[in-house]
Design a protein around this ligand. Structure first.
Ligand SMILES: NC(=O)c1ccc[n+]([C@@H]2O[C@H](COP(=O)([O-])OP(=O)(O)OC[C@H]3O[C@@H](n4cnc5c(N)ncnc54)[C@H](O)[C@@H]3O)[C@@H](O)[C@H]2O)c1
Length: 267
């Protein structure tokens, strides 16, 4: 244990991954535990959350797994209570849950648009709404919201609703960072670029077609990146670790790009 988060209690939403391999929340949970945090991992997929918990336990770390749909008030209230019951405080909140739906106003039906906003944005409102009173009473806390480089422009895919949800997340984060700055609470966003995670495997298949050759689809996406390859969940996790840790004690209301330079190409 290197101890960059020693004895901190961290809620991580979307702590599983939507398929085999490393999703962002899974890597964040493992890394936080390795750095000494007590992790409260929440996922709508209880088995995925439990797998992450088991991996942390296998390494000698501390965590609990909570099955929760973070778009539901009752689930979020139970999640926060579970964290307090297990560990007595909440130092870090990572809003990592998100779904990547391709399409904008022209393509998406109303229900799909609403679902993207609900999962990607309302979930962060709900967790903040229930965690902030705890952080305010502690006069300490760090919130890290997982947005996306898509807030800066066209990321190679028509992510209209997705970009709208993540852009609103950035705006919410900036304002709540200022609102709570004097209370010892920091809030920042990470903006991952094109990352190679299980979510992307499913999305790639939808965008480029299902030739059954995921390696070819990965190469197509790798070629879009200035470095010639996508990032991975650990790149997101290390950036999140920094913003969550006391090393970032004077950093609030900002966004940390983890995009391998992709957005510098947008202009
Ligand atoms: N992969 C990328 O290229 C990329 C780029 C930028 C941002 N992001 C963001 O990173 C985050 C995680 O993405 P990932 O690629 O690791 O995806 P992932 O699908 O592997 O992991 C997301 C997890 O969230 C869970 N989840 C989904 N809806 C939920 C809900 N309502 N309540 C609780 N849990 C729920 C899923 O079950 C899954 O385990 C998302 O917010 C995504 O927008 C990803």
């Amino acid at each position: 244990m290197a101890g960059r988060l020693q004895n901190k209690v961290a809620i991580v939403t979307g702590s599983g991954s939507s398929g085999p391999g490393w999703g962002n929340g899974k890597a964040i949970s493992l890394l936080f535990a390795r750095e000494g945090a007590k992790v409260v991992g929440a996922d709508i997929d209880g088995a995925a959350a439990a797998l992450t918990q088991q991996m942390i336990a296998d390494e000698g770390g501390y965590s609990i797994a909570v099955t929760a749909d973070v778009t539901r008030t009752s689930d979020v209230r139970s999640l926060v209570q579970a964290a307090l019951d297990a560990y007595g405080r909440i130092d870090i909140l990572v809003n990592n849950v998100g779904i990547a739906v391709v399409g904008g106003p022209a393509e998406l039906d109303e229900g799909t648009w609403d679902r993207v906003i609900e999962v990607n944005l309302k979930s962060a409102y709900l967790t903040c709404h229930h965690v902030l009173p705890v952080m305010i009473s502690q006069r300490a806390g760090a919130i890290v919201n997982n947005a996306s480089v898509a807030v800066h422009g066209w990321a190679g895919v028509n992510y209209g609703a997705y970009a709208a949800s993540k852009g609103a997340m950035v705006a919410m984060t900036r304002t709540l960072a200022i609102r709570h700055a004097a209370e010892g609470i920091r809030a920042n966003c990470v903006l991952p670029g094109l990352m190679n995670t299980p979510l992307v495997h499913a999305a790639l298949t939808r965008v480029y077609g299902n030739e059954g050759d995921i390696a070819n689809l990965i190469r197509t996406r790798d070629a879009q990146c200035p470095m010639g390859h996508m990032g991975d969940a650990w790149d997101t996790a290390y950036a999140t670790l920094f913003l969550a840790s006391d090393e970032a004690k004077y950093i609030t209301a900002t966004e940390l790009l983890v995009d391998g330079g992709l957005s510098a190409r947008f202009a």
